[in-house]
Write a protein that binds this ligand. Structure first.
Ligand code: ATP
Ligand code: MG
Length: 334
């Protein structure tokens, strides 16, 4: 059955970049779809097409029963959007921003005021409510943007990296708000780099890369597909990471993953506890001191690595470095 969000064959190019290369999605009513993918995969572009902000080159999409291309205004009234880059008015206070959104959606002045007050409480912004948004910290701005998306409770919501930049307590609270919304029947498409977030909130997950959906399923289905257990070793000395990687590679049956800052090396294996003992003996024989070693089931991070070839964290690092390199070039230009 066609869901509350349904897209077929979405293609969008920017010059020679094929941002979307045939995206198909279906989100049943009252469920959450988590859209995962490395930087530049096409997540934001997908959200922008579905929320009528960008017109696709080809393909079709229906949101809340309305054709996105034929009825963009009606679609805009049926949805809520919280973007990757907060869309708040800098010069208005937090309270004014929320009241304005309410008025834009034809709420009475009184209802808009009440709703603004509730949301400011809910998102821990009550103390800063009467300061201009330009004085807000990054996390406060993000919370204001999320609150703005919730002024009217639309049947279909889009959230592009809603918890990026939020501290753990605010992230936890937002998750609770989202769970309540969904329990109340809201359909949500959520993009995130926090795989734990997708694991907790999403009924279904779609992994995108290079503008295409490369895998979809529940978190458990994707983990099962990634298969088998992992051996995870934390070495004591950073210098021992490369040789540990070699050893694990020899015992493993797939690509090793290294997390430098935690000195953790991971590899998919088959063979269970017996193999674990062999790995320990081998590392010990090579004089490698181990802080921690474990056999564990795959996580969503493993799914991400095996599907896209790198961790969400590495993808973020790479994007940051590219950004710095760009700035460096600008600086170096005569
Ligand atoms: N307005 C634009 N003009 C030119 N290129 C664009 C534009 N918007 C997106 N792109 C390109 O399209 C591709 C997909 O971008 P998109 O923003 O959808 O990625 P994303 O998955 O949201 O990434 P991130 O995780 O970094 O937010 C990228 O290569 C990006 O540079
Ligand atoms: Mg994005």
């Amino acid at each position: 059955m066609q869901g509350a969000i349904h897209a077929e064959g979405l293609v969008k190019t920017f010059g020679d970049v094929r941002a979307l290369d045939g995206v198909d999605l279906n989100v049943p009513e009252g469920t959450v779809l988590g859209l995962l993918g490395p930087n530049g995969a096409g997540k934001t572009t997908t959200v922008r097409v579905l929320t009528t902000l960008v017109r696709p080159d080809s393909g079709s999409a229906v949101v809340a029963g309305l054709d996105v291309l034929k009825k963009p205004n009606e679609v805009r009234h049926a949805i809520g959007l919280s973007g990757q880059f907060a869309a708040v008015d800098e010069y208005l206070t937090g309270r004014e921003n929320l009241r304005m959104v309410g008025r834009l959606y034809q709420m009475s002045a009184r209802d808009a005021k009440t709703r603004a007050g509730e949301l400011l409480e809910r998102f821990n912004l009550a103390d800063a409510a009467d300061r201009p948004a330009k004085t807000y910290s990054g996390g406060m701005r993000r919370r204001l943007d999320l609150a703005a998306a919730l002024v009217v409770s639309p049947p279909v919501m889009f959230m592009d990296e809603p918890t990026t930049g939020l501290d753990p307590r605010n992230r936890q609270q937002l998750w609770e708000v989202i769970e309540e919304l969904v329990a109340g029947g809201t359909t949500l498409l959520l993009t995130t780099q926090y795989l734990e977030e997708a694991d907790r909130l999403a009924h279904d997950i779609a992994v995108v890369d290079h503008g295409r959906v490369i895998a979809r399923g529940t978190s458990d289905q994707l983990k099962a597909r990634t298969g088998g257990e992992r051996v995870e070793v934390v070495v004591h000395d950073r210098e021992h990471i490369p040789v540990t990687e070699q050893v694990l590679h020899a015992f493993g049956k797939g690509a090793t993953a290294v997390e430098e800052h935690t000195r953790k090396v991971t590899v998919p294996v088959s063979g269970g506890a017996k193999l674990l003992a062999e790995v320990i003996r081998e590392l010990d024989g090579r004089g490698i001191e181990i802080d921690d070693i474990a056999l564990r089931r795959p996580t969503l991070d493993d799914v991400f690595i095996s599907l896209t070839g790198h961790t969400a964290e590495e993808a973020q690092d790479r994007a940051d470095r590219a950004h710095e390199a760009d700035r460096g070039q600008e600086g170096a230009a005569p």
